[in-house]
Design a protein around this ligand. Structure first.
Ligand SMILES: Nc1ncnc2c1ncn2[C@@H]1O[C@H](COP(=O)(O)OP(=O)(O)OP(=O)(O)O)[C@@H](O)[C@H]1O
Ligand SMILES: [Mg+2]
Length: 324
């Protein structure tokens, strides 16, 4: 079942004139064949370093990585035969070549027969909806399109494991949605194993089966996405009010809710995030707000539940740079 194993991984960066920096500190997880596995963490948590260690771009200082059973310490070349990676900045594509030329080049250097290359290329152009852009120079494509090309290229060689570092970073809502769909298809229809790093909780909620959350190089959670959401047993609501709540009302709400925090204030009003352990508490809060004369603009159950869980977990782990 397991196709990738990371055990006790440690990456230390030497720092000129300063104490060395431990970027990845005893990180362990296993990824099963055909699953989408998420690597989450705030900026600087060690996600990219972990991915670079797994795909052999960085030497690590302790622990090991096994790819399809091959230790990347002892049998790096054999392990690499099973991995494709798309790192930050899409450096796996040639920006001065067209989409088609890129795909041809990468199938070519991997020694595929011309007919197999062509078949795979056509399939991917179709799957990634890149048929119209096939003769466009990559440089001229939008960021989202470039990202699609980069991921398509990681698939031309038909490796079992795909590592994606922040695949939806900087993409607009539509393109991010399209990519999430593609990732699910790749895993389901092609049986690929995907390890992706992200900040985007929607990506995790929609595509990942399991995840690890790392913070300052250390694992703080290793679980299924489903369990994480169930175990925390919290309900999140966004309430927008015309006026800011007085501290007295806030204190009264805080007696019912696990937490209340101001998310943002705009011309439209003040949006509060309310965390409840018992969703029925919402009725009491609404009654209290009505009696106090607060004007409700809208209320919704937030779909960022995982994001809120993530923020709370990282806060608990002691990173004070995260702001909600
Ligand atoms: N070559 C390097 N030399 C020294 N320190 C480094 C080097 N590369 C990364 N780091 C440090 O290691 C830590 C982890 O970096 P890494 O890029 O792995 O984090 P990340 O989780 O990918 O962050 P981000 O979300 O910003 O991409 C950071 O504090 C970073 O500054
Ligand atoms: Mg990174």
């Amino acid at each position: 079942m397991e196709i990738l194993r990371v055990k006790g991984l440690k990456k230390v960066y030497p720092m000129k004139g300063k104490k060395e920096f431990v970027a990845v500190d005893d990180v362990s997880f296993e990824v099963n064949r055909g699953e989408v596995f998420g690597l989450l963490g705030p900026n600087g948590a060690g996600k990219t370093s972990t991915i670079k260690c797994i795909c052999g771009l960085l030497h690590y200082d302790d622990g090991d990585v096994w790819v399809n059973g091959y230790s990347m310490k002892d049998s790096r070349r054999r392990g690499l035969r099973h991995i494709s990676a798309v790192l930050e900045g899409n450096r796996n594509i040639y920006w001065r070549m067209t989409v088609k030329e890129n795909l041809e080049f990468f199938t070519g250097i991997n020694g595929f027969s011309p007919s197999k290359s062509k078949e795979r290329m056509e399939y991917l152009l179709h799957q990634f909806q890149l048929l119209e852009q096939r003769d466009t120079v990559v440089n001229k494509l939008s960021r989202g399109m470039k990202q699609k090309v980069a991921i398509a290229i990681s698939l031309v060689t038909d490796k079992e494991i795909i590592l994606l570092d922040e695949p939806t970073l900087g993409l607009d809502v539509g393109m991010s949605h399209e990519l999430r769909g593609l990732l699910k298809t790749i895993a389901k229809e092609e049986g690929k194993t995907i390890l992706l790093s992200t900040h985007d909780m929607q990506v995790v909620e929609e595509t990942c089966d399991r995840l690890v959350i790392i913070n300052q190089g250390k694992t703080i959670v290793h679980d299924t996405v489903e369990n994480l959401m169930r175990l925390t047993n919290q309900h999140f609501y966004l309430l927008q009010l015309k006026n800011q709540l007085t501290s007295e009302i806030k204190q009264r709400v805080a007696k019912i809710a696990k937490a209340i925090s101001l998310r943002n204030d705009t011309n439209n009003g003040y949006t509060y995030l309310i965390t409840l352990e018992n969703p029925n508490g919402l009725y009491d809060i609404m009654g209290m707000l009505r009696d106090s004369g607060a004007e409700l603009r809208f209320i919704e159950r937030t779909n960022n539940r995982l994001e809120d869980i993530f923020i709370n977990l990282v806060k608990e782990a002691g990173n004070h740079e995260i702001s909600s």
